[in-house]
Design a protein around this ligand. Sequence first.
Ligand code: FO1
Length: 318
Amino acid sequence: MVLLAGGAGGSTFAVGLRDVIAERGGHLTVICNTADDLWVHGLRIQPDVDSMLYGLAGVKDRERGWGRAGDSDRVSHELAEWGLGWDWFTLGDLDLGTHIARTAWLRGGVDVAAVVERLSARWPLGATLLPMTQAEVSTFVDLGDETIHFQEWWTRYRAKREPVAFANPGMDAATPAPGILEALEQADVIVLAPSNPVVSIGTILAVPGVREAILASPAPVVGVSPIIGGSPVRGMADVCLRVVGAECSASGVAGLYGARDDGGLLDAWLIAEEDAGEAAAIEGLGIRPVVRPLWMRDVPLTRALASDALAAAATATS
Ligand code: FO1
């Protein structure tokens, strides 16, 4: 089974999916967004990869959705005394250990995928974690009068500054990381996590070859809506959807991904009970709507949602 995912919501869903798949004797491969990655203090930070790593390892700060549980900020406070860093982007002490290890390996010539593999080896993740690409492809946000890195727009401005467009410099020359095309080719089921459809799933799909590999795969493709009752479950997906001209609704995101029969991605689309009224519109797009409880409030509910996604895949025609 292959999951395409971003960080916070994606890692919560991944844990449920991993557990359900393991019970059935299967294996989960997660393809993780890396377009949020950035350099800070000379260290390579991979926010979504780390949220996924910590989530699968059971050491994520579940309240915030990122970083390590029980972390402290002593080093970041010390760096601030030296005038380094930003008050809107705090690196925890334990988290810094990850970034130092990653950067040391990268500087020593280990490639990005092998570094993720080394980080993954620390805990029994019960899943294979793959970065979407080894290339440095960032998301930049064009605000009209200036262009800033996605992290600044997201964490400093909380997406309050209206963007004109997103750009991913380097994307055209990027290639999927080792293992991705094989995983998609061999997948029994491909799942799109309830992650941001533009700056998380959208960037994974933008890596040349990834969308094509999904379209070519015989596996059914099932997505879980990140929009419940017309609002993003987490984060500021509404602003991102506006930028790409899509409505912030379960059917709006389904339309963005498109129907398999119509050259798009989705066979089936899980939507919340709150959005049941959109089922007909989704069916009209050529995608099978499946109305289920989508709130991942606890582990049992998340596992139930993952199980629903697999059940939808089992009945989807591909
Ligand atoms: N998000 C914040 O809102 N504030 C932070 O200070 C912050 C620090 C941070 C450090 C490491 C890391 O891996 C993630 C961090 N995040 C922080 C989360 C991150 O910026 C975003 O939620 C994701 O990039 C969006 O997918």
